[in-house]
Design a protein around this ligand. Structure first.
Ligand code: 3PG
Length: 317
């Protein structure tokens, strides 16, 4: 899988400030245990390169990149240590060109239209949006993606589990980065359980699962009408569509050929592709014939092939 897809599927990139490379393996394990096998180790400390080396050696399957890379010299050091990508707070043309010449994915930081334009002209279309909250957050990203629809952002700066939902559901956001999942003092004090917990909470938040509706199967449209009549005594209002009738958006009565022995459960999520990739590790496979996309090509709906207790499961954005 390409790096962009891997990062998009994870949706989260812990930004790491590590002062002591001896903590590298413990940190990597805490992140992996928390469901985020990825880290951007910042070159803000002298331990960064050694920490990258040790994380990559102990957990080769983990995606380790370098952050706060300010110049070509640091970029070289990062890649020598095993970094798979390079992130910078700003846009340094020399660093970008060196990375491109050496086939190293590079994500420079931008927060204005001029910087985005400059990065595009350097052949980049995945950029770090930094500092995200202070620069206008998702409304600013949506504005930038008017003239620059081809750009995807890794957003960092002022984001945490508490406010990441808007970023997670924005189609222009590739992933959300931040230091909140593993703060420098937590790493120094080896608070691995706390880091794992924070990562787990972030994973839950990045998907934002909630029940959209319950679905039930009628034999035919007439049968569906009868069922709708019964539910209307509870004050639910029918909204008749082509293939189903919704009762207050909470219950969907399939007119015919509904999936699942008992019906289906629709789950809402911030990003259907990311959620499907996450659920794949628990054995769910997308029923490709049910995938629906929006006008911009983003997946907005899919059923899974597997059922749970006789219920088919689908995701909806
Ligand atoms: C970065 O380097 O991307 C930011 O410093 C991370 O921002 P945060 O500390 O607000 O998460």
């Amino acid at each position: 899988m390409d790096l962009e897809k891997t990062i998009a599927n994870l949706g989260l990139v812990p930004v790491i400030v590590i002062n002591n490379a001896d903590r590298a393996e413990g940190l990597a394990k805490a992140l992996i245990d928390g469901g985020i096998p990825c880290a951007e180790v910042t070159f803000r400390t002298a331990a960064a390169a050694e920490a990258i080396k040790r994380m990559v050696k102990a957990y080769p399957e983990m995606l380790v990149g370098a952050g706060t890379v300010l110049n070509v010299e640091q970029a070289k050091k990062a890649v020598e240590a095993g970094a798979k990508f390079i992130v910078s707070p700003g846009l340094d043309v020399d660093t970008v060109k060196w990375a491109q010449e050496n086939n190293v994915p590079v994500y420079p930081g931008v927060c204005t239209a001029s910087e985005v334009q400059k990065a595009l002209n350097l052949g980049l279309n995945i950029l770090k949006f930094f500092p995200a909250e202070a620069s206008g957050g998702v409304p600013m990203i949506n504005n930038l993606c008017g003239p620059f629809p081809q750009v995807k952002f890794m957003t960092t700066g002022g984001i945490s589990t508490a406010n990441l939902a808007e970023y997670a559901s924005c189609p222009h956001v590739l992933a959300i980065g931040g230091s909140w999942m593993a703060k420098a003092d937590m790493i120094e004090n080896e608070c691995w359980d706390q880091i794992t917990d924070l990562c787990r909470q972030a994973v839950v938040a990045v998907h934002g699962f909630s029940i959209a509706h319950f679905g039930m199967n009628a034999q035919n449209p007439e049968d569906a009408k009868e069922i709708a009549k019964c539910f209307s005594v509870f004050g639910l209002k029918p909204e008749v569509g082509n293939s189903s009738t919704f009762m207050n958006k909470d219950i969907e009565i399939m007119h015919q050929n509904g999936k699942g022995v008992h019906g289906h459960i629709g789950f809402r999520t911030h990003n259907v592709d990311r959620a499907a990739a996450y659920l794949a590790q628990f054995g769910f496979t997308v029923n490709e014939s049910t995938v629906k996309k929006d006008a911009k090509g983003n997946t907005k709906f899919c059923y899974f092939n597997e059922t749970v207790g006789g219920f088919a499961i689908h995701l909806v954005k």
